[in-house]
Design a protein around this ligand. Structure first.
Ligand code: HEM
Ligand code: HEM
Length: 275
């Protein structure tokens, strides 16, 4: 599958995958080795589901959901299938986030700790609610076949902006949560004395930031966008003809002309405009 700067794409993608994977290993090692482990018992082991589900679900799965349209080997799949995958991964991320909320509220109630007092909890709950809204609006606009194409086109820049904004906010909220937990949880030696757990979990925070940076990078390269279905079709039918070199200009003409795609994303696809 043709793609400009394929090597750079594969490098960014594998780096994102590696940072995300290692972040999941780190959060598991944090709760299983340094902390009380995992259980559903109203105690600290139940609280530990909170960071684990946030990192695996709300951050990692959401990151994958955001870049799934960019994978060149999925470009031969229909747009509808890719929408189901994008929506399904986002739904899975939302379910993980909701269960992680149940874990922390349940733990607070059992331990008689007040609910919703911190900035972390305010921004965190707001992010989960807005993410649920983004999911419902996304299904309404892009999966339900009756939505007018003009609406799909008009809302696409908002959908992309709010999706990327939410993803970034979720990582910021997780960093606040990590910091709170280190300050609350470490005593003798304290956080300020830099015990091994503090260093280890600080590194977890850095892994999350780098994962987020890579996902945002991949999701904002116009030259790595999925070509529209019509362009894909013309590429397939051109394949094998001697005049393949014409595919380039034809691509940009199509992208700039009448909107060829039902989703109406008219972002410029001429890769030369970017670099
Ligand atoms: C509490 C959301 C990530 C640590 C809470 C509460 C919410 C929340 C709503 C309040 C629960 C209550 O009042 O009963 C989120 C969201 C996150 C996230 C949406 C991801 C974006 C994390 C992470 C950690 C963490 C990664 C790391 C350990 C804490 C701690 C509390 C807490 C220590 C209890 C203190 C407090 O209420 O601020 N979180 N959280 N959170 N969270 Fe998170
Ligand atoms: C594109 C986020 C739910 C349909 C995007 C993009 C982001 C995003 C960041 C830009 C990706 C890119 O440029 O490659 C989210 C988030 C969601 C969500 C955070 C859930 C909370 C949905 C749902 C649908 C949907 C439920 C319904 C099918 C689309 C479509 C695109 C898109 C059609 C355009 C893909 C393209 O440009 O080829 N979404 N989305 N999204 N999303 Fe979502």
């Amino acid at each position: 599958m043709a793609m400009e700067n394929m090597k750079q794409f594969l490098f960014a993608l594998s780096a994102a995958g590696a940072f995300g994977f290692v972040a999941i290993i780190f959060v598991l090692r944090w709760v299983l080795h340094f902390k009380e482990g995992l259980a559903w018992d109203g105690g600290l082991a139940e609280f530990n589901w909170h960071p684990v589900l946030i990192v695996t679900g709300f951050i990692f799965l959401q990151g994958i959901a955001i870049i799934v349209y960019r994978l060149p080997w999925t470009w031969q799949c229909s747009k509808l299938i890719m929408k189901f995958i994008h929506a399904g991964l986002n739904l899975a991320a939302f379910i993980f986030a909701v269960i992680s909320m149940v874990a922390v509220f349940d733990f607070h109630n059992a331990a008689k700790i007040p609910n919703m007092y911190s900035l972390h909890s305010w921004l965190g709950l707001a992010a989960v609610i807005l993410y649920g809204l983004q999911l419902v609006v996304g299904v309404g606009l892009y999966l339900i076949p009756v939505t007018p194409v003009s609406w799909r086109a008009a809302f696409m820049p908002i959908h992309v902006y709010s999706g990327l904004f939410l993803f970034t906010s979720v990582i910021a909220v997780a960093l606040m949560g990590i910091t709170e937990k280190l300050i609350f949880g470490l005593s003798n030696p304290k956080y300020k004395d830099s015990p091994p757990e503090a260093i280890f979990v600080n590194v977890l925070g850095i892994l999350l930031v780098v994962f987020g940076a890579l996902v945002l990078w991949i999701a904002t390269r116009t030259s790595w966008k999925r070509p529209s279905d019509q362009i894909l079709h013309s590429l397939h039918t051109n394949r094998g003809s001697e005049d393949n070199s014409k595919a380039g200009p034809a691509l940009s003409e199509l992208a700039e002309g009448a909107n060829p795609e039902a989703d109406g994303d008219v972002r410029k696809r001429n890769s030369k405009s970017e670099s």
